[in-house]
Design a protein around this ligand. Structure first.
Ligand code: 13P
Ligand code: SF4
Length: 324
């Protein structure tokens, strides 16, 4: 997605961000899918887990979250005494919207005693009804840490859920049929095509992708001759840093390519997106001019009602304590 601003205008706005953040004592945390000009002025760029951990680590009075709303909410839940702001208050997430608190209450009533494991891409209210939150970097470890005899309700991403179920071999795990509109459209055929077009390339696949479980299955059967790594966005960054000489096809939101190229100092020849249309329009609502305004006016403050925040903090803290 291209900005309508000129390079010079972007640079000027970036200078203002750096100046304002110093004057105000603000700390900027951004997701790996953010626009390059946002990533370049952020103090931290990472995946959902890294963003939550970083929010807890900082002691700045103002924390600016450049990501979708649930990411800002998670920071606000973890930092009740700090000012958490986001440059765009309507940066939603199709996955977080795929389950409501009412639906979760009903599901829980059908499975009394089950442990509720919610992907971090959920609203604060849904988190408040959960036992654990997970991200794509720690979902497998957290599911493994839950006693075998406990039924699990995993929500809301069915592809991540199926992938975790396949890897852990967990039988008593029910999966909510939610999905992310950006990742759900990826098929095993996309991977097979990319493998033919890019022989020898490593496929970096986000577990939210519609192909993740299918790919593992086809690979186990020997029907897919390609090196696939199913990783969170943070896991992709770490992998590429450790293997900078490889060629990659990347199956997640295209914003991560900027981060990956920067990490290995590549002009981009060895890193390609699986599909150019994997663009999260919610992530892209955060622009550099909105970030300037956000710092100038200290908007939009993200506030979670204390009674919800108190309950939602429990599964998030459990996740963080299992992720250190
Ligand atoms: P990560 O936690 O892997 O960055 O994923 C977040 C997300 O929204 C993926 O679409
Ligand atoms: Fe949500 Fe999908 Fe965008 Fe990630 S890519 S923030 S899951 S809509």
């Amino acid at each position: 997605m291209r900005s309508t601003l000129s390079v010079e205008e972007i640079k000027e706005l970036q200078r203002r961000v750096l100046d304002l953040k110093r004057k105000k004592g603000a700390y900027i945390i951004a997701h790996n899918y953010q626009l390059p000009e946002i990533q370049d002025v952020a103090d931290y760029v990472g995946d959902s887990l890294g963003m939550a951990m970083e929010a807890k680590r900082t002691d700045y009075p103002i924390v600016v979250v450049c990501g979708v709303h649930f990411m800002a909410e998670t920071a606000a839940i973890l930092l009740p005494d700090r000012k958490v702001i986001t440059p765009e208050r309507y940066a939603g997430c199709s996955l977080a919207e795929s389950i409501t608190p009412e639906q979760l209450r009903e599901w829980k009533a059908q499975h009394p005693g089950a442990v509720v494991v919610s992907y971090v891409n959920t609203t604060a209210e849904v988190k408040a009804l959960s036992d654990y939150t997970v991200t794509s970097s720690n979902a497998i470890d957290i599911v493994r840490a839950i006693p075998e005899d406990k039924e699990i309700l995993f929500l809301p991403d069915m592809f991540l859920g199926m992938y975790v179920k396949e890897v852990t071999g967990r039988k008593n795990m029910h999966i909510w049929p939610g999905e992310c509109h950006v990742h759900a459209r990826v098929t095993p055929q996309d991977i097979s095509r990319a493998a033919v077009e890019n022989p020898g390339a490593v496929m970096l696949v986000h577990p939210e992708c519609g192909c993740s479980t299918n790919c593992l299955y086809l690979k186990a059967k020997g029907d897919l001759d390609v090196d696939i790594k199913v990783l969170s966005t943070g896991g992709m960054v770490r992998y590429v840093k450790q293997h900078p000489e490889e060629e990659y096809v990347v199956a997640t939101e295209v914003g991560i390519l900027y981060r990956l190229k920067k990490e290995i100092g590549s002009d981009g020849d060895r890193l390609k997106p699986l599909r150019e249309d994997m663009i999260c329009e919610y992530m892209k609502t955060i622009t550099i001019d909105k970030l300037v305004r956000s710092l100038e006016e200290e908007v939009y403050e993200v506030k979670v009602p204390p009674e919800i925040a108190e309950k939602a903090r429990v599964p998030i803290e459990r996740m963080l304590s299992l992720s250190r």
